[in-house]
Write a protein that binds this ligand. Structure first.
Ligand code: SER
Length: 342
């Protein structure tokens, strides 16, 4: 029998970075990646097959289907929220059309090898749409089924793809008599993710990681949201750990198509204070972009992740201070300034 394989789309993005390291260390599946951009050379050597291509290219997916026995998919490829607002049609094509292609791929893989294909899907806090700052403040930690009237194309795309995943998992071709494969869809609604080793591009939660990386590089940074702006964030290692933990959870324990994940929910001013603590000379100012501010204001101040904690034991390692003091700052300093103890 062929060694089972894991397919990662969007693998050269921020989440893919940490995920490939961990999956390679596990070593129980051959790693196949699909991305428009090449992988970092340090990561490329850890994967069995690196395919440079698009999730919209069904022929590329057919080739993977023919060559590998995929039983786990991490579908990370997407256009983030800010970028999606500039080209909503392209966003829909990539975020929805691409996900549909991958769900169909998983379905076909499962029919071929007869085992379920676990389909890991990062959704987002962008699925929420708080109607006003007053309601956002009063709502506090929102549950998965509350306030899901997103104001962004990206958020609408994510919400719909959660539903598509639920459809593929439970109701696919429900009127057909033939035996079907099974897509075991598992979604996570990530808060803003902050990595010490990569910077995001095209997102709207980018102000926090941008502020930290700019300070470490000694560059000035004009934050595009008000100091009192508050949304949930998570350190990237916890995001990767959550993906892996949910992928391994017993199916029977799972009750939702997509789970909230929270870790800490600082205001931009609190992020700034932590950055200044580490880099006292940081040049941080505020130059509010009213439109991007509007998007961040429509995201909840925090999320209720009780279901993830209950169903599959989600527990983030890092809180606000420890994320900065034990992960972000030491790792970023090593990256930009060098030396382990700086
Ligand atoms: N980080 C994402 C964005 O800002 C939210 O999922 O678009």
């Amino acid at each position: 029998m062929r060694k089972p394989a894991v397919l990662i789309t969007g693998a050269s993005g921020e989440i893919g970075h940490g995920l490939i390291e961990k999956l390679a260390a596990d070593g129980d599946r051959a790693i196949v990646t699909l991305d428009l951009a090449p992988l970092d050379p340090s990561l490329a050597k850890k994967v069995k097959s690196e395919i440079i291509g698009s999730i919209l290219d069904r022929v590329a997916l057919e080739r993977i289907l023919a060559e590998f026995e995929v039983d786990l998919v991490f579908h990370l490829a997407a256009l983030l929220s800010t970028r999606s607002e500039f080209s909503p049609l392209t966003a829909h094509e990539v975020n929805v059309g691409g996900t549909l292609n991958l769900l169909e791929f998983a379905q076909q893989q499962s029919s071929t090898h007869g085992r379920p294909v676990v389909f890991m899907y990062p959704s987002s806090i962008a699925v929420y749409g708080m109607p006003s700052l007053e309601i956002k403040a009063a709502a506090g930690r929102v549950k998965e089924d509350q306030w899901t009237e997103s104001t962004t194309m990206y958020g609408c795309n994510k919400l719909y793809c959660e539903q598509l995943g639920r459809y593929y998992a439970r109701h696919y071709k429900q009127l057909s008599a033939e035996h079907m494969g099974q897509v075991d869809f598992r979604g996570l609604r990530f808060p803003g993710l902050i990595s010490a080793v990569t910077v995001p591009s095209g997102g709207t939660s980018d102000f926090a990681p941008e502020m930290i990386h700019a300070a470490a590089k000694g560059e000035p940074y004009a934050c595009f949201v008000r100091p009192d702006t508050k949304i949930p964030f998570m350190a990237m290692p916890d995001g990767v750990a959550a993906l892996l933990a949910l992928a391994k959870a017993p199916r029977a324990a799972l009750t939702l198509p997509a789970y909230n994940l929270g870790a800490f929910a600082p205001s931009a001013a609190e992020v700034e204070a932590e950055v200044r603590r580490a880099f006292p000379g940081a040049q941080i100012s505020y130059k509010v972009d009213v439109k991007r501010q509007g998007i961040v204001d429509s995201w909840p101040a925090d999320v209720d992740d009780a279901a993830a904690r209950r169903d599959w034991g989600f527990t983030p390692t890092y809180g606000f201070e420890s994320a900065f003091r034990e992960y972000l700052i030491p790792t970023i300093k090593r990256r930009y300034i060098g030396g382990p103890d700086l």
